[in-house]
Design a protein around this ligand. Structure first.
Ligand code: SF4
Ligand code: SF4
Length: 216
């Protein structure tokens, strides 16, 4: 989701790449789950996130939508996000002890936190959100290790491609957000990248690239 923010106010002023060390390591978040509550609609899931959750929990996208995810409009397109439920607006994956039940396959936004991404030119950087994490004295960790997704270069290439894909289609539908084109694009994106399962026996990134090509 696009955010209009002054980076100088919310970050330490530095841009980080995959191999940079950053003070993001919260030491296992012992006793804290504050960034898993009250996040509104902001934890948006990409197709990699959804296929990881679906695989890890042996659930379909529809089953996830019936419980822990919801659909909302983000910059003109309909995309899934983690549902914050109840009075405390807690993520449905939090257990009674405030721990994440899907930690090994949690979504990319959760993996990054308290880092964020800023897209510039043909690429992106990471930045450290200084007001978001309550943990004091966080340790230094390499960005790629903190995020912890295998085949990290391929993952970053996918993140950039997905961002470019969404930006392209957001641009196409922005003039007429309630029109026929917008409806049809939104439905096709949901169908091709979320509802239609990725084949767990094949490379995810290859399948993603095929679907982007087919989408037009
Ligand atoms: S998926 Fe896990 S880490 Fe992410 S908000 Fe939910 S409980 Fe927290
Ligand atoms: S606010 Fe920081 S310490 Fe607390 S759960 Fe989130 S990342 Fe962990």
């Amino acid at each position: 989701m696009k955010r209009q923010v002054d980076l100088a106010e919310i970050s330490d002023g530095r841009r980080y790449g995959a191999n940079d060390m950053v003070k993001a390591d919260c030491g296992g978040c012992e006793g804290c789950s504050s960034c898993c509550e009250g996040m509104g609609k902001s934890v948006i899931l990409d197709p990699y996130d959804v296929q990881e959750l679906a695989k890890g929990l042996s659930l379909t996208f529809e089953q996830l939508l019936a419980s822990v995810l919801e659909l909302n409009v983000a910059d003109g397109l309909i995309l899934p996000n983690l549902k914050m439920a109840g009075e405390q607006e807690r993520c449905g994956f939090l257990d009674g002890q405030g721990r994440c039940r899907v930690h090994p396959f949690r979504p990319g936004f959760c993996r990054m936190f308290p880092l964020g991404r800023i897209y510039e030119g043909d690429g992106f950087w990471y930045f450290l959100q200084v007001q978001e994490c309550r943990r004091q004295n966080r340790g230094k960790v390499k960005v790629r290790k903190w995020i912890g997704v295998p085949e990290f270069s391929r993952y970053e290439k996918f993140v950039l491609a997905w961002h470019g894909f969404l930006k392209k289609w957001q641009g196409q539908v922005c003039g007429e957000p309630d029109g026929e084109l917008a409806r049809s694009v939104c439905m096709r994106i949901l169908k091709e990248f979320y509802l239609r399962p990725f084949d767990g026996g094949r490379d995810f990134y290859g399948q993603f690239e095929e679907r982007v090509r087919e989408f037009g």
